[in-house]
Design a protein around this ligand. Structure first.
Ligand SMILES: [Fe+2]
Length: 498
């Protein structure tokens, strides 16, 4: 936890866990939400565009407590889905926990003893790390609390371990494990919770890490309407990097290996939880690997001497200058420690993280890697118009995470013009917006013809609302308010439901 003057803050990427002011009693602001709401109508202020029909479904870890103790690390909270469904200008809300092994452990066994990202109370030196991820067999329901996606026409929740968990997009009820019909590993791997669509074929495209005496980054695609992952490339790696996301262009996959790496053997031989086995090794620099996704050919590797870390790629695309790859960059990986209560590293006590929106330009003819800073500031959860994924684009939508949390904070949503490096913002005092999700106007012609949807927490009155902004001007179109605080979450998608 962070002690700063007389104020205690625990915060990460917009999540307040505990806040205590001066001599006042510690107050848990909103991190816990055990109540589930069945679909209910929500009052709307303003006018929702008539073309906007579908459901914003957002995932995220909810901190839970048992006998006065709560999750040590935010990423280990229980997966909860929230849905704001828009029909004919009306809005309906529902939320539901995924029914997972972790859920069963907390609510039925009254325990926090389930394995996760940064904690594993059951682990010992005699247990292989592989047993951590799925403690009860290959079809166990994972605590998939990071993202949602549509794969093979199924709606699934994703985290960074296999397998996806299918849910009903209307009721949010858990359907079961989405099991692939292929020969790739179904467990014991590390996955990306940020799959892409191949810009040419439209097929899902992602990667996993196979750990072993020889480890591999395995890029794969899932052809439409199948549950078969087809390998694009298996790239040997001695010290796998923690890579939360990756980028694609029309021809290439770009893997950026940050020097936050793990010795696979240590995963098997130590008693630490998964992420605590990783170490920051800046002397390794940062390595960009370019893979042609139609053939699996590695067409180049480029190493930046400068070490940095990123959770999120923004976009990448090809130009005459080379391949442009944009990210929200940190000086190092200590932001991961910041999400924990126990500060297992000294550097976790940092309260300021230096972030930049950066563009890296890889010129394959000259064999060069250049970089430039587009914007400095406090940003995260970058989203774009998904039609431009892998293609030249101009606009990024982001939010501002902050450790400090009180009713008078201003935390804007940003629209960044990547060409000019300028921003426009939306904000309301005491309100914390979540990830901004762009939905295109079906009649629109320009990149920013559409709306931004985000779930905003209103600290002042302990409520939350779906905010709908005009993406071009960032003016408010409408909001739909629920009378409870929705815990800060991670990622969501807008689905056009039939
Ligand atoms: Fe993410």
């Amino acid at each position: 936890m962070f002690f700063k003057n007389t104020v205690l803050y625990v915060f990460f990427l917009g999540l307040p866990l505990v806040i205590s002011c001066g001599h006042a009693t510690k107050q848990r602001v909103h991190a816990e939400l055990k109540q589930e709401f069945s679909t209910m109508a929500v009052p709307v202020q303003g006018t929702i565009p008539s073309w906007l029909k579908g459901s914003l479904i957002r995932n995220g870890p909810v901190t839970v407590s048992v006998d006065g103790k709560h999750n040590e690390h935010w990423f280990d909270g229980l997966a909860m889905l929230h849905a704001f469904t828009i029909q004919e200008g009306n809005v309906f809300y529902a939320n539901r926990f995924l029914r997972t092994q972790a859920y069963d452990t907390v609510f039925n066994k009254k325990s926090l003893s389930y394995a996760g990202f940064a904690v594993d109370p059951c682990r010992s030196i005699f247990k292989r790390f592989f047993s951590l991820f799925l403690s009860s067999g290959p079809h166990a329901l994972n605590n998939a609390n990071v993202n949602v996606a549509k794969i093979a026409d199924r709606y699934v929740a994703l985290t960074e371990t296999p397998l996806p968990v299918e849910f009903d997009p209307v009721t949010l009820e858990t359907v079961g494990v989405l099991d692939y019909k292929d020969s790739l590993p179904h467990r014991d791997t590390w996955e990306s919770a940020h799959p892409h669509c191949n810009p040419v074929t439209g097929d899902a495209l992602s990667y996993l890490i196979e750990f072993g005496h020889q480890s591999y980054y395995c890029l794969y695609t899932i052809p439409a309407n199948t549950l078969e992952r087809k390998v694009i490339a298996r790239i040997p790696v001695d010290r796998p990097s923690y890579m939360h996301s990756f980028a694609i262009t029309e021809q290439y996959v770009i893997l950026v290996e940050f020097p936050f790496v793990v010795n696979p053997l240590s995963l098997m031989l130590t008693s630490k939880a998964f992420i605590k086995n990783f170490s920051w090794q800046p002397e390794r620099g940062t390595c960009f690997t370019i893979v042609k996704h139609s053939t699996g050919e590695i067409v180049g590797t480029y190493r930046s001497k400068k070490a940095f870390f990123a959770f999120h790629h923004i976009n990448a695309y090809e130009t005459d200058e080379g391949i442009c790859c944009d990210m929200v960059c940190y000086d190092d990986a200590s932001i991961i420690y910041d999400a924990s209560d126990d500060m297992w590293e000294e550097q976790a006590n940092r309260t300021i993280f230096h972030k930049e929106v950066k563009r890296f330009i890889i010129n394959q003819d000259k064999r060069t890697l250049a970089e430039k800073t587009i914007l400095r500031g406090d940003f995260e959860f970058p989203r774009i118009n998904e039609k431009y994924d892998g293609k030249p684009y101009r606009y990024v939508y982001m939010t501002k995470p902050d450790k400090l949390w009180h009713a008078h904070e201003i935390r804007p949503l940003y629209k960044l013009d990547m060409e000019k490096g300028t921003t426009i913002t939306w904000s309301q005092e005491g309100c914390q917006p979540g990830e901004p999700i762009f939905v295109a106007d079906p009649m629109g012609q320009k990149e920013d013809d559409g709306v931004i949807l985000t779930i905003v927490i209103n600290i002042a009155d302990h409520s939350s609302f779906l905010l709908i902004l005009d993406a071009k001007t960032f003016t408010e179109q409408a909001r739909a308010t629920v009378q409870h605080q929705i815990p800060a979450g991670l990622h969501g998608q807008f689905f056009k439901l039939c």
